[in-house]
Design a protein around this ligand. Sequence first.
Ligand SMILES: *Cc1c(COP(=O)(O)O)cnc(C)c1O
Length: 366
Amino acid sequence: MIKVAKPQIGEEEVEAVRKVLLSGNYVSGKTVVEFENRFADYTGTQYAIAVNSGTAALHIGLEATGISQGDEVIVPPLTFFATISSVLYLGAIPVFADIDLDDLCLSPIDVESKITSKTKAIIPVHLFGNAAKIHELIEVSQQSGISIIEDCAQAHGTEYDNKRVGSFGKAGCFSFFATKHMTTCEGGMITTNDPDVMTKAQILRNHGMQGRDQHVVLGYNNRMTEVEAALGLVQLKKLDKLNAKRIANSEYLLKELEKLPWVKLPSINRNVKHTYFWCPIMVDEEESGKNIEDLKHHLMKHKIGFRQRYSEPLYKQEVLKKLGLDYSNVNLPKVEKVAGEILGLPNHPGLTTQELNKIVDVLKSF
Ligand SMILES: *Cc1c(COP(=O)(O)O)cnc(C)c1O
């Protein structure tokens, strides 16, 4: 089986974890601070605040920028649910705007049409390693004084106009879950240039505590451990190399597959350095008479892993109704068109040339 994703962990990571474990210092130590500093440097922001998941990064990132009960937050409908669970935890209301078909990310024009007097934030998701149209989104947000919180959980190292994502908005939120570009097993990071957001985020992740025994807000235990930070430091050092391999693998596959008449590829903005969290392809059903279900069976038969997400627009998720939110009138044509139709091929940095060629051969035989 050729796996669709695979964490890239070696002896250096094992040794770093071993050192921390034997040191006896596991929480709120110098390794987390070092990881935060290195990550802020990498992203090009003043500050970074480490937490224990990407979901916690979004939750605390939104809360630290002042999002609360009843605020409207504009989100894309094609993303992992955690993008909106963070909004819901705060009693704020996700408002869905459509995507653009070229990059599968938020459409700035549709976002603009969804802004009301209650809109407090926009969460662009840099989906699959691509970058959302961040300059246009910032322009739209500035017209009305709204914060941009970037969901960078699939875009470590992705650049727009030579600037890394996570450095454009009021805050950037990263995940270090096992399948992402770099991992700490579970973990997350908030990046920001705003000292006030930084201070609030540090307090929120640590029981709302300022100093010893002074609980100034209702906080959480969302701290990253020293073990995770030690892993993160090694992985961050390797990130550009891992990304280069991920990009080369994806570009090789896409170049070969482009020639096949039934394959449709998303286009890539030339101002974007795409880091291919996914290597996404679509089946041109009208032209070829082939469909994605048959392609999935073909890949399974030949032991090639794939992912097929997100199967439907987020506004259709059952939990929203249970929370008393009614999206039955929401119908965004572009996301309706592509949800469930995008397939991710194996492209992780550990793939060999033989494996890449096998993927190409199997797709050619479809
Ligand atoms: C992975 C992911 C998250 C959540 O990160 P966790 O670390 O799993 O909590 C949020 N948003 C997007 C787009 C993701 O892909």
